[in-house]
Write a protein that binds this ligand. Structure first.
Ligand code: WT7
Length: 681
């Protein structure tokens, strides 16, 4: 057990002193000018402020991104073409001809200037047991692991699946893949064995990397055992690397590799592969509106550039700041803002292993004080939860280091926004509500960067980032040009961070994102543009629900529920939930003649969802009905079901197309029996 193990006493770094450095906050950037805002823009004529720069970035896209890419990335050989894109064909290529290595950009180039700077602060589950890893140490671990992967047959173009909690070895694993030219596929360690197996099979991984056990919120989870279960149905898997997060031994088979031990035998120098800009960097699975999750593909140069630029400017990240993104590395937020963005910028980034309420609801703010975090990036669901516990958990701790507060994953309601701003940030930190998606690679709409005195309206994502041209579409596919209007949110031109395809299914990529509004990238979200031209995200337009900032397709849930032998059919919808944003509500029709105890069956169905997907996806409510409201052509009317659950009976609308209007009455009655007169929470 070495370097990154669960045992602090053996780790190379002790925690820092507890002295709090007071930050004299000039976050509004008194020195704001073109050069300070974006040094790369120095050569852009006519650009005098942020909005000028934004204009320039969308009108002279190639000049903008060409200059930024040359400045910010370290190339092995230069690119010859900034972009070759045709959204209507689903063709997206950036920086062709260029060769680079992402791990070199995240590690080696910083080693020359600050080898001993802390790259990662691993905020382990137990408060006060953080471990700091310098750039030199992270490079060393990455190289050893890169060599080990190579020696054990992992080749350029292979895809390695990671099933790990946020920890330095997970980051080293991602970067080791990047170093040798393999793609990684990080699967959130809360997913079940079945969900993991689906993703391993789809990615065709022969190597899986995991840890013996996970530790979160004081509870131990058996991650290695879950991998053992998963790989039983994954013939492609030949080896499983196992790192030790706890000291508890696990059963190792001939297929398993004791990762830390083997790493120690490897050299600390590892030749980086010269990758083409458009080679795959990683796959990341996310839910869509069909049952099968899609493996979105991100490539090397464009993704890294976009992650680094957004990290630098949306959060106003400066050299020496400590960046605290509390997302799990299993989601895109963890990829772009715990790992790639901050490391490409030579930053110090926090890997958060715990939960917002462990050991108590002061955890985040105690951590902010102890680690002297300057930018805190979290999810509205956690803010809403903590708000309920009261201000005292925040006020107990010194948060004077905070400069920017970020929010991501779902709309942040004004009450949560206000509390975040007023209580957590003492009214002096800008709150940046950042809108983006797994597909976009990085933040696309956010209040910052912007001219320093520019207002931020609570609950609004506000302004497009450099290179982003948002467009709203009406139901006929026409562009809405006026303000104070809502429509389907599209992005009118390609940007370097966007996903390139869906693994093994380019057709699904073009159908989902490029064809609904030909020539535009369709986000799946609806948005409102205010009188002033600011954007507010309304929510998904498709059958995808957002539970605590995690996307889950209703079709995926129905597929699981329908597998139960007693179930004839089902319809799953999202309903608004106080804390989670949305909760899962399932309507279930049983097969004729089935005689079961409903409460017992409901529990079984919840269990099935936890086992097939993940605990967070499990339905909060299961309502058994004799039939579902359908159109005459047999389509389930989800709109009607949603209105019933929202108690908006006046909004039921036109029911004349229903096959059997009486079905609605039954659904209403059954809903009241299940949830009482109040709306479900
Ligand atoms: C979906 C993307 C982006 C990283 C985390 C989620 C919703 C995301 C916001 C926001 C309103 C938001 C959208 C989007 N969403 N950020 N600031 N305001 N909605 O990534 O799992 O790919 O989900 O999350 O509906 O489409 P994801």
């Amino acid at each position: 057990m070495w370097l990154l193990c669960g045992c602090t006493s053996k780790c190379l770094l002790t925690s820092s002193s507890r002295r709090v450095v007071r930050y004299s906050h000039n976050f509004l950037g008194k020195s704001f000018n073109k050069a300070a805002c974006l040094p790369e823009a120095a050569g852009f004529e006519g650009v005098s402020d942020h909005s000028g720069l934004q204009q320039f970035s969308v009108s002279q896209t190639d000049r903008f991104w060409g200059a930024v890419a040359r400045q910010r990335l370290t190339w092995i050989s230069p690119f010859h073409t900034v972009q070759d894109c045709d959204l209507s064909q689903g063709r997206i290529k950036w920086f062709e001809g260029g060769k680079l290595n992402v791990s070199v950009n995240c590690l080696d180039r910083h080693i020359h200037t600050f080898p001993e700077r802390v790259a990662l602060i691993w905020e382990r589950d137990e408060p006060g047991s953080e471990v700091k890893i310098t750039y030199r140490q992270l490079l060393e671990a990455t190289c050893r692991l890169g060599n080990l992967l190579r020696r054990r047959g992992v080749k350029r173009g292979d895809c390695v699946t990671l099933y790990m909690p946020p920890c330095p070895l997970a980051v080293a694993s991602m970067l080791a893949c990047a170093r040798i030219g393999a793609a990684h596929n990080v699967v959130f360690a809360g997913f079940s064995a079945e969900a993991l197996a689906d993703r391993i099979r789809d990615a065709q991984s022969s190597t899986v990397i995991t840890v013996n056990q996970g530790v979160r919120g004081g509870k131990v989870t058996e991650l290695k055992k879950t991998v053992d279960m998963a790989v039983q149905s994954c013939p492609s898997v030949q080896q499983v690397f196992v790192a030790m997060r706890t000291e508890n031994p696990v059963v190792m088979t001939a297929r398993d590799v004791a990762m830390e031990e083997e790493m120690l035998r490897e050299a600390v120098v590892c030749e980086p592969a010269a990758m083409d800009s458009e080679d795959v960097l990683f796959l990341l699975y996310t839910s869509g509106s069909t049952g099968k999750p899609k493996g979105l593909v991100h490539t090397q140069a464009g993704y890294l550039l976009y992650a680094s630029l957004t990290h630098r400017y949306v959060f106003d990240y400066h050299d020496g700041d400590v960046f605290g993104c509390v997302a799990d590395i299993g989601w895109i937020t963890g990829h772009s803002y715990s790992v790639y963005g901050p490391l490409a910028n030579g930053g110090t980034t926090v890997l958060f292993e715990s939960t917002p309420v462990y050991p108590d609801p002061g955890r985040y703010w105690e951590m902010v004080q102890r680690l002297k975090i300057n930018q805190f990036y979290g999810a509205p669901t956690a803010i809403r939860l903590l708000l309920k516990y009261g201000d005292q958990w925040v006020n107990k701790y010194d948060r004077s280091t905070l400069k920017t507060l970020g929010s991501v994953g779902e709309p942040i309601n004004t009450e949560a926004w206000d509390w975040y701003h007023r209580v957590v940030g003492d009214g002096r930190c800008p709150v940046v509500d950042t809108w983006w998606q797994t597909e976009t690679g990085g933040i696309c709409i956010a209040p910052r960067p912007s001219n320093p005195d520019a207002e931020i309206v609570p609950g609004m994502a506000m302004r497009p980032f450099f290179g982003i041209r948002p467009v709203l579409m009406d139901s006929e596919g026409k562009t809405l040009t006026s303000n104070n209007t809502s429509g389907a949110l599209c992005i009118a031109q390609p940007w370097p961070g966007m996903a390139r395809t869906i693994h093994n299914d380019h057709q699904r990529f073009t159908e989902t994102y490029c064809q609904p509004y030909p020539g535009y990238f369709f986000t799946g979200d609806g948005a409102y543009r205010s009188k002033e031209g600011y954007y507010q995200i309304i929510g998904r337009l498709d059958d995808v629900i957002n539970v605590s900032g995690h996307r889950i397709g209703t079709a995926e849930l129905e597929d699981v529920v329908n597998q139960c032998p007693a179930v004839a059919e089902s319809a799953v919808i999202g309903y608004s939930h106080d804390i989670k944003g949305q909760g899962v509500y399932a309507f279930v029709v049983l097969k004729k003649g089935v005689d079961v105890q409903e409460a017992e069956l409901a529990r079984q169905l919840q269990d099935m969802v936890s086992k097939s997907i993940a605990k967070y996806a499990s339905p909060d409510f299961i309502q058994f009905v004799r039939r579902l409201p359908k159109t005459r052509s047999g389509k389930i009317m989800r709109r009607v079901l949603r209105k019933v659950v929202e108690r908006d009976l006046d909004g039921l609308g036109d029911l004349s197309t229903l096959d059997d209007p009486a079905a609605v009455q039954e659904v209403i009655q059954g809903h009241q029996d299940l949830c009482g007169k109040e709306q479900p929470q």
